[in-house]
Design a protein around this ligand. Sequence first.
Ligand code: ACM
Length: 648
Amino acid sequence: MRKILLLLLAISTLSSAFSQDNTNIAIIPAPVSLIPGQGHFVLPKTTTIGIDAAANQASFSHTIADLQKQLHTATGYNIAPVKPDAAATIRLSLNKKPETALGDEGYDLTVNNTGITIKANKTAGLFYGVQTLLQLLPKEVDSRTPVKGIEWSIPCVAIRDYPRFAWRGLMLDVSRHFFTVQEVKNFIDQMVKYKYNLLHFHLTDDEGWRIEIKSLPRLTEVGAWNVRREGRFGTFSTPTPDEPRNYGGFYTQNDIKELVAYAKDKFVDILPEVDIPGHSMAAIVSYPELSCTPGADKYRVISGEKFMNWYPGGFSAMVDNTLCPANEKVYPFLDKVFTEVAALFPFGYIHVGGDECAKNFWEQSDAIKQLMTKEGLKTMQEVQSYFEKRVEKIVESKGKKVIGWDEILEGGLAPNAAVMSWRGIKGGIEAAKQGHQVVMSPTTFVYLDYMQGDAIIEPPVYATLRLNTAYSFEPVPDGVDPSLIKGGQANLWTEQVYNTRHLQYMVWPRSLAVAECLWSPKEKKNWNDFVRRTEATFQRMDLRQVKYARSMYDVGFAVKKDPSANDSLSITLSTEIEGLDIYYSFDNSDPDNFYPKYSQPLTVPKDAEMLKVITYRDGKPIGRQLNMPVNELKHRAGIKEKPTAPVE
Ligand code: ACM
């Protein structure tokens, strides 16, 4: 017993020493194993980078060049790569005999008093080892100009690391708002720092067709352009015929080749999405003969005006934005599209969309009725399934596999299709039950277009996804064969994202959270420690001039009617992260830390009309001040019907 107690004491001392020695280590995603050593290694002015002959591959030269450039930029040192196999300060080598545990993307990183060593089975692993090394260096390594007076020290450490999932994706919608080649490259630069390896490129939608298809030039001559509007997308006025359609853009095939090559150098695959049969207005406007509905010639690429009706449990289109499954012209059209898409993107999958396909025009179409009779299709879902199966054959004829949103399950899944589960995880569970491959991408955990905090302060969107919810993303549901879950991804839809600064704001820090869910062992996840590392990462992002949301510092509101007090309003305030103090006022003045500190649910003083709240940490303001109308809270509690403020 005494021995056990002593052992426990030793273990607890060891673990507290571990956490103290490593308070400055802030790696995201958390590595599989990190054993701290004694002391630090300081990068000398004469730092050299060495790669062994096996790793000295053309495909890896960019990683070395980028590392050299970044270290040179920040330190001002002349960082020299050295000849293969010579001794070096930072040494990268491929294992002669593969380490099974590391797989294709894992690495061993050792920092000791004499230098830094990264070893891996494949160059992808060395690349991820370099990303970790950069996070071990002082944050100033992310500076865009040389920083004087820094000791470029790295804690001695032994890290063994490899990913939990092979599919670690981020989706970028370039249809609703177009982003340039350079902006997409910048997006890739940021995502790989957190070990994402897949860019899902949402290339087509009602608001724009963004990829040149040489055999179908109208797709980009016509389909890539709409009318510029700013404000609340989805509520814009319908463009008049004389308004110039000069907003948008597209990627030429050379642009795509450039992006694919750029991504490959950073070990990122690009998954192209052609979203059909719904979300196809840009294609229909370009080639109206692909519709089921006569009169399509009066259709226009959507510019953010309302054209769909959404209601609880369903939706319908006000204009037919679908490719017609009963129209034989559609399939040769798709053959041309997928021939060119397949030739441009080396990745094994093509995403064929399949989501939110309105069926109301199909229901009225004689051609669809005839198709149903001929093929014995009983429901509109079966009509879509008929379409998806033909699409799968086309895509497979180009040597690619199909993946689609979970609606492709409805009416019967195409034989080999993989499913991207977005309406929660149930589609993924169902697909896995049928033996299909699954990528988890549920709105509830990974939709980056959703607001990150209260609607009273965030740019408005119809739903909310807070950082701590994103951090609780678990891609493998109970009872599902984990080998069928390829991984997961977070999705940035860009209806309300007009520029790259806001793109960054929506992506970070939630994509840090998702990165950890996809890379790190489940048991390594720890919210409080993640917050600490996220805050350290914010400082690096500041130096890189990357924007991020600080919504985790803001107050959250929960309201209810209090039956014990005449059904009056009871307001509970909270923060996502620990250690914050909330100060508040009801008198319309701006609270600071001399105001009342929140400690228990609040009731509203008679006649008060505004609750103002702010968070402090260690006596300093840290969150934004939120000004919450009492009427809005009453509305949320179901006490008052109409909010007085224009919130979602
Ligand atoms: C989707 O969010 N419509 C896939």
